[in-house]
Design a protein around this ligand. Sequence first.
Ligand SMILES: Nc1ncnc2c1ncn2[C@@H]1O[C@H](COP(=O)(O)OP(=O)(O)OP(=O)(O)O)[C@@H](O)[C@H]1O
Ligand SMILES: [Mg+2]
Length: 214
Amino acid sequence: MARVIAVVGNKGGSGKSTAAHLIAHGCGSLARQVPTVVVTTDPAETPRTDRRRYAVMDGRTRDGLLACMRRLLEVEYLLVVLDGAAARPEVDAVVADVADLALLPFKPSAQDAERAVTNLAQLPASAVALPMDWPALPASAKRVKRYLEMLPAERRLPPFKHIPKLADLLGDAYTDAAYDLANPARGLALEVLARAGIDPDDLVPPKHHGTAVS
Ligand SMILES: Nc1ncnc2c1ncn2[C@@H]1O[C@H](COP(=O)(O)OP(=O)(O)OP(=O)(O)O)[C@@H](O)[C@H]1O
Ligand SMILES: [Mg+2]
């Protein structure tokens, strides 16, 4: 059965879509590529239709999402990444419950960290916060350390750093950005899979040994 990662959170612009696509891009960029689908569930978003190292599917309506998940969950070798929408705590709670792992991205500000603390309390105990868009420079990282520490260490992943032009991942410049983004994306994907208790090799379809024709 397919495994599921849900990226959720009440706050708009917290990095949900970015995290979802990064995880998928990372899985699609592994030497042993993990087949991955991002399911867009935000009515305000338009699912990408360009060629990517992963597939994107439309789950923007309740029926669309149900139909999509019913089909995808039956696939044996597949990672499904649900890209959530802001201000839908009831949906988030349901989705997080069926997922192998729920991720809650938040950016380095007091307001975002406070929202993350409240949100995390509404999610299953296995859900973790993902500090997103974190400053890489030590001096700046030190300044925002207090926002990290508002969440208990066991309920958060290591911060994912700010990457200039990361917005390209979600836009038309994907193909040009794909190579440069592969490394950080792989790092995040492996971190998330490990946290979810998923061995990426378990999701790689076995090679088909075709019958040799002589
Ligand atoms: N690590 C990062 N480095 C640089 N930019 C980032 C990073 N993470 C997120 N961003 C930027 O933050 C903005 C908002 O991110 P995103 O669209 O992923 O949020 P969202 O939670 O999906 O928003 P919405 O609730 O509207 O769906 C985007 O412009 C994205 O490029
Ligand atoms: Mg989004």
